[in-house]
Design a protein around this ligand. Structure first.
Ligand code: GDP
Ligand code: GDP
Length: 435
């Protein structure tokens, strides 16, 4: 577990405004632990190379401040227990209130680093109010304005001083990030809702419903991954072309964040031009890709139907034939967990490292069996190969005349590598270097 910053305080002091500022540019990640209804807001923040998780405890507090015990739920305490640093927020506009005092008592009991954040110090006049918050006896008071950002830099400088140095890594590292992409109406939201078991986003068959994009962390059945929800950005008022434009733009953004892209298509429509351009883009960015042919329940089938569809899709994919295809029905839940398993497998294919000995044992034999053709009477000799320490599978082949290795031979090597080492769903890069 990395560093956790919890924001606590009575309603309306500006907790969620600060939360959004701290996770600027990154989307909130909803925690979705099975069985428990939690509306704790998690997000990831970064400050001078330090990564941390921010919890906005605001979701727990109803806003009715009449019964304190009710307002401060056990979940708030739980969030505070998890925190490395507590940001106790008060409001310069209102000054110190009785409810602040009640919250302060709970916070004090935690015996953790607490920073008193005096929010809404937008004017010097209000900033002068900070003095009274020293009366809480919780130490230094940091005047900020969540609304305009002033003071937040100084606050974060202080926050990170309390971090455990182990929190330097990205907390999302090692968890597959999966983007679900596809044209409107293919079933993306239905798929997400089925996985998350909640009406997370509104499902409708009318294209053009406004939705918020949100990332969801999924942790069930021993599987952990992050879903990048791209169903969002569909503005009701937009004309059709704009809608297309936004959905493509959104897809591109999500694709860049993802490790693996699930391209969902409608079985009754097949693979369309826009799908192919997104797959091409995923290939360019070296992302894992798979095709999920949804609404399979609508297809009249015999034992050859899947094979025929698969063949047609592979033909359209051309050189991107490494992209696997799965036939699903979100409606009847057919193979939807298989689809997720496939995405996770692709993730592992993309990050795995093949030992140099295995690479050379298998590939040098293939090269011996079918050596690169001589060019202008010159023989090309590949001596050895190795995997490069890059984020996506890349290999360097060392040879005497790298410039003479042509595309067909490169394809031959790629195909052999795919036969020996499972790289289903991931593009692989081959480089030829002089040795
Ligand atoms: P929460 O209930 O503590 O999460 O509070 P919110 O973040 O929802 O903010 C409550 C209200 O205070 C909203 O109307 C915000 O726009 C406003 N607010 C938040 N931060 C500031 C600030 O720095 N200055 C001013 N003037 N208003 C703010
Ligand atoms: P999105 O626009 O890609 O998010 O698609 P939605 O999830 O909103 O689904 C569009 C419509 O297709 C809705 O009416 C869904 O009920 C329906 N739908 C989704 N998956 C399936 C499926 O597997 N089979 C059938 N027959 N309908 C589906």
């Amino acid at each position: 577990m990395g560093n956790i910053v919890a924001i606590v305080g009575r309603p309306n002091v500006g907790k969620s405004t600060l939360f959004n500022r701290l996770i600027e540019g990154k989307k909130a990640i909803m925690d979705n632990e099975s069985g428990v209804t939690r509306d704790r807001h998690y997000g990831y923040g970064e400050w001078t190379d330090k990564h941390f998780t921010v919890i906005d405890t605001g979701g727990y507090v109803t806003g009715s401040d009449d019964v304190f015990e009710e307002a401060i739920r056990s979940q708030v305490r739980e969030a505070l227990e998890e925190a490395s640093v507590i940001l106790f927020m008060v409001d310069c506009h209102d000054g110190l209130t009785g409810l602040d005092q009640d919250f302060a008592r709970v916070v004090r009991g935690m015996k953790k680093p607490v920073l008193v954040v005096a929010n809404k110090a937008d004017t010097t006049e209000k900033a002068h109010m900070v003095g009274e918050f020293y009366g809480l006896g919780l130490g230094d008071v940091y005047p900020i304005s969540s609304a305009n950002g002033s003071g937040t830099g100084e606050l974060l400088d202080e926050v990170i001083k309390h971090f455990d140095t182990k929190g330097d890594e990205d907390p999302e590292e090692g968890i597959p990030k999966i983007a679900i992409l596809g044209r409107p109406n293919v079933g993306k939201s239905s798929f997400l809702n089925t996985l998350l078991g909640k009406e997370r986003s509104i499902v409708t068959n009318v294209a053009g419903t406004t939705r918020d994009a949100i990332n969801s962390r999924y942790n069930q059945f021993g599987k952990e991954f992050i879903l990048i929800d791209t169903a969002g950005i569909r503005k009701k008022s937009k004309v059709k072309e704009d809608l297309e434009f936004y959905s493509v733009l959104r897809a591109i953004q999500s694709l860049q964040d993802a490790d693996v892209c699930i391209i969902m298509i409608d079985a009754t429509r097949g693979l369309e031009a826009q799908d192919l351009s997104i797959i091409g883009l995923a290939n360019k960015y070296s992302k894992g890709v798979m095709i999920m042919v949804n609404k399979w329940d609508l297809i009249e089938k015999d034992h050859q139907t899947a094979a025929a569809h698969q063949k047609e899709i592979k033909q359209k994919l051309g050189e991107m034939h490494y992209v696997p295809v799965i036939f699903t029905s979100v409606l009847t839940k057919q193979r939807i967990f298989k689809a997720i398993e496939m995405a996770i497998e692709i993730y592992h294919n993309r990050v795995k490292k093949i030992p140099t000995s295995a690479l050379n044992n298998l590939m040098l034999k293939e090269i011996d069996r079918y050596p690169p053709p001589a060019v202008k009477g010159k023989y090309i000799k590949i001596k050895y190969l190795t995997q490069l320490p890059t984020h996506t599978p890349s290999f360097a082949y060392f040879c005497n005349l790298p410039q003479y290795i042509k595309a067909p031979y490169k394809r031959y090597l790629e195909n052999k590598m795919r036969e020996h080492f499972d790289f289903e769903g991931v593009p692989i890069n081959l480089f030829f270097r002089k040795k």
